[in-house]
Design a protein around this ligand. Sequence first.
Ligand SMILES: NC(=O)c1ccc[n+]([C@@H]2O[C@H](COP(=O)([O-])OP(=O)(O)OC[C@H]3O[C@@H](n4cnc5c(N)ncnc54)[C@H](O)[C@@H]3O)[C@@H](O)[C@H]2O)c1
Length: 303
Amino acid sequence: MKFLVTGGAGFIGSHLIEYLVKHKHSVVVVDDLHSGKLENISNSKHQVEFFKLNILEQKKLKEIAKNVDGIFHEASLTSVQESFKKKTEYYNVNVIGTENIFMIAKELGIRVVFASSAAVYGNINKIPITENSERKPQNPYGETKMKAELLAEKYSQLGTQIIGLRYFNVYGPRQNVAYAGVITKFLENVSKHKPPLIHGDGLQVRDFVYVGDVVTANLLAMKSKTKQRFFNIGTGVATSILDLATMIINASGLSIVPIYDAPLVGDVYTSQADISLAKSLLKWKPKTKLENWITTFVRSMNK
Ligand SMILES: NC(=O)c1ccc[n+]([C@@H]2O[C@H](COP(=O)([O-])OP(=O)(O)OC[C@H]3O[C@@H](n4cnc5c(N)ncnc54)[C@H](O)[C@@H]3O)[C@@H](O)[C@H]2O)c1
């Protein structure tokens, strides 16, 4: 089959491409290299067609999407902190850009699996979070993801098949340090023998899900008979930021302790997914355990 992957030079998109190529699919990639890098897809560069293009360029995008069987839409601006300063840019790329994808999919009659985010929930007291919990984003990034979901609902009513995957905290190789999540930041510090920097009291919890498991969720969502749904893509396991820092320090064998700073604006306190829906409808189950991955990764870092 032939797929278009937007944001394919980024962290998650590049893993998705690797999987698709390995399974003999044809792949077309669109990325404007805002945060993504060509080196992320260097292993697959002879097997994919790459277009350096902004998803706001609808006409060219439509040309590229002709003859594909489905779209994996990963392109997005992704920094919560930056979204406070660049609200319009975030709106343009994450909402208008995403509507472009939905519009094209409608016109061409193709299915879309797109990256939403747990950020649509904001601060929910009742955990684990189910998909029908209220959407109350705490920051402009989360707001753009919620607006993209509302558009997904609108286009689905017009007959387009759109699945939104609400990723929780995704980790794994190739995450961009500048925009990265906490695991990559902690690992970066520890690789330089510096202590992890915790914002807030460290008791805030996150649901960390491995990028390889996120790729599998995308594939199952593309194959699924479900026409429109949002699915939580996490593990159901909550880990505090302090426990995460301790796990990384222990794996490194260094005699360091975390240091603390003020909480980040717009950061949520508790995030833990209920993944029953993805388990039952997509037959998806995350396989990688955080502690095992960290131990292996830190060992390879030390070699
Ligand atoms: N990483 C996570 O923990 C996480 C969690 C929740 C949701 N998500 C979502 O998953 C998707 C992928 O995230 P990621 O972590 O791989 O981020 P990333 O920044 O590594 O990848 C995003 C890609 O989109 C590209 N891009 C940005 N603006 C573009 C534009 N206007 N036109 C074309 N390409 C553009 C970037 O160059 C980059 O390659 C995003 O939609 C993100 O919001 C990620």
